[in-house]
Ligand binder design. Structure first.
Ligand code: GTP
Ligand code: MG
Length: 200
């Protein structure tokens, strides 16, 4: 799929204030600093569409980007970020959960995890929650440029093995790097598949 236009639409503090759900929508979620905003920029081919930061917790709102005037990409705040207050982290959690549960035009959620790590407790809890609520998701392994080629297959397969053992789930996954522009076609392929599949 070609990206001809990508534009920022709105940052919303709650589901209620999000733009009208009149296009298929794809959300990016994952722990703070995992690389959500960077991946959105890489996929849309724009340098600074979504704000990237070395400081975790940069994205605090629900950010909508309209792609090709046809579908939305959504940058969500990171969860499990230790440096914000308990109260703020609870608020973000409620905002994310109500968005995921009630955004009717949400077609698929991309859950980003660092390709250097094995499943972490917040990720496992979050995947269990998604599974319990029948919210479909694809795992995007990020920052693949930081692992050796040998680990490109080893890490994801170890990760999958652990998910099968702990949660009895085996989600689809894609290895990505915003730095090396890796995984772009695969992610866009999944999005196109979802748009075509549901419209058929
Ligand atoms: P929050 O908005 O705080 O939740 O973070 P985020 O998940 O949006 O992460 P962001 O895209 O802001 O990136 C966090 C840091 O990781 C930045 O310093 C990025 O430059 C770096 N980063 C993101 N993607 C990659 C990648 O593919 N490779 C490398 N080496 N660094 C990356
Ligand atoms: Mg971000």
């Amino acid at each position: 799929m070609q990206i001809s236009t990508a534009r920022f639409v709105l940052s919303s503090p709650s589901l209620k204030l999000c733009p009208k759900g009149d296009h298929p929508e794809f959300a990016f979620i994952g722990r703070s600093n995992v690389g959500k905003s960077s991946l959105i920029n890489m996929i849309t081919g724009s340098k600074a569409l979504a704000k990237v930061s070395g400081t975790p917790g940069k994205t605090r709102l629900i950010n909508h980007f309209l792609i090709n005037d046809a579908w939305y990409l959504v940058d969500l705040p990171g969860f499990g970020f230790a440096k914000i207050s308990k109260e703020e982290s609870r608020k973000i959690r409620i905002m994310i959960e109500s968005y995921l549960l009630r955004r009717d035009n949400l077609r698929l959620t991309f859950l980003l995890v660092d390709s250097r790590l094995m499943p972490q407790k917040p990720d496992l809890e979050f995947m269990a929650w998604l599974t319990r609520h029948h919210i479909p998701f694809v795992i995007l392994f990020t920052k693949a440029d930081k692992i050796s080629k040998a680990h490109h297959t080893a890490n994801p397969s170890q990760y999958r093995k652990s998910l099968i053992e702990t949660l009895n789930i085996d989600p689809e996954f894609i290895l990505t790097s915003a730095e090396k522009k890796m995984g772009r076609e695969e992610v866009l392929g999944v999005i196109e598949r979802e748009i075509v599949m549901r419209d058929a």
